[in-house]
Design a protein around this ligand. Structure first.
Ligand code: 5GP
Length: 180
C-alpha cells in the first residue's frame, strides 16, 4: 500500500506469528469447552480474523461495541454501549478480543457487562497493551505485545477513523505527518 505511514512498530509477519502462538495456546486452554469469541468493534477486526484462523476448534463469534467518553486524550471512564452481542453466553466460556488496552476503562466496562450475564468464564485477548496508562483494574490473559505510551495506528487501529486497513502497526510521533 504505497509509502509507509508513521514508523513501523510491528510488521504483518510479527502480528500473524503472534496470533499463531496465541491461537495455539487458546486452543489448548479451551479444549473440549464451548467458546464464544467476542470482538470489540471496530479496532479488533483484523487481529480477530488472524486469531480465529489459528484457533483449531469450533467456536461461535460475536461482536460488541462500546466507547468511553473523554475530553481529548483523557478518558473519563464513562462508557456507552453502541452494539450488543447476539449470543446467549449464560454458562459459556467467553473470550473478549480487544485491539489495545489503554486506560482499561472501556474494556473493564465490557468485561463487567459480559460477566454479569453469568458466563462460565470471561477472559481477554488483546493485540496490544499499554500498561503504563492503566487506570481501571482489568487484566488480559492473552496479550499480543506490550508497548510504551505511543499513539499507534493500523491493523484495525484508527486515526480519525482512517488507517485501520494498514497491514502493520505504526506509531505517529507528530500527527501533522499524516493526513486526516
Ligand atoms: P481505554 O478505555 O482503554 O482508555 O481505551 C481503549 C480504546 O481506545 C481502544 O480500544 C482503542 O480503540 C483506543 N486507543 C487507545 N490507545 C490507542 C492508540 O494508541 N491508537 C489508537 N488508534 N487507538 C487507541
Amino acid at each position: 500500500m504505497g509509502e509507509t505511514i508513521g514508523k513501523i512498530l510491528f510488521s504483518e509477519e510479527q502480528l500473524r506469528n503472534r496470533a499463531k502462538e496465541l491461537g495455539k495456546q487458546i486452543t489448548e486452554d479451551y479444549a473440549g469447552q464451548e467458546l464464544v469469541v467476542v470482538g470489540t468493534l471496530k479496532g479488533s477486526c483484523i487481529w480477530m480474523a488472524d486469531l480465529l484462523k489459528e484457533i483449531e476448534m469450533p467456536v461461535t463469534i460475536d461482536f460488541i461495541q462500546a466507547s468511553s467518553y473523554g475530553a481529548g486524550t483523557v478518558s473519563s471512564g464513562l462508557v456507552s454501549f453502541k452494539k450488543d452481542i447476539e449470543a446467549n453466553i449464560y454458562n459459556k466460556h467467553v473470550l473478549i478480543v480487544e485491539d489495545i488496552v489503554d486506560t482499561g476503562n472501556t474494556l473493564s466496562a465490557i468485561y463487567e457487562n459480559l460477566k454479569d450475564r453469568n458466563a462460565a468464564s470471561v477472559e481477554i485477548c488483546s493485540m496490544l497493551d499499554k500498561p503504563s496508562r492503566r487506570v481501571a483494574d482489568v487484566q488480559a490473559k492473552y496479550i499480543g505485545f506490550e508497548i510504551d505510551n505511543l499513539f499507534v495506528i493500523g491493523y484495525g487501529l484508527d486515526y480519525n477513523q482512517k488507517y485501520r486497513n494498514l497491514p502493520y502497526i505504526s506509531y505517529i510521533e507528530n500527527v501533522e505527518e499524516i493526513q486526516d
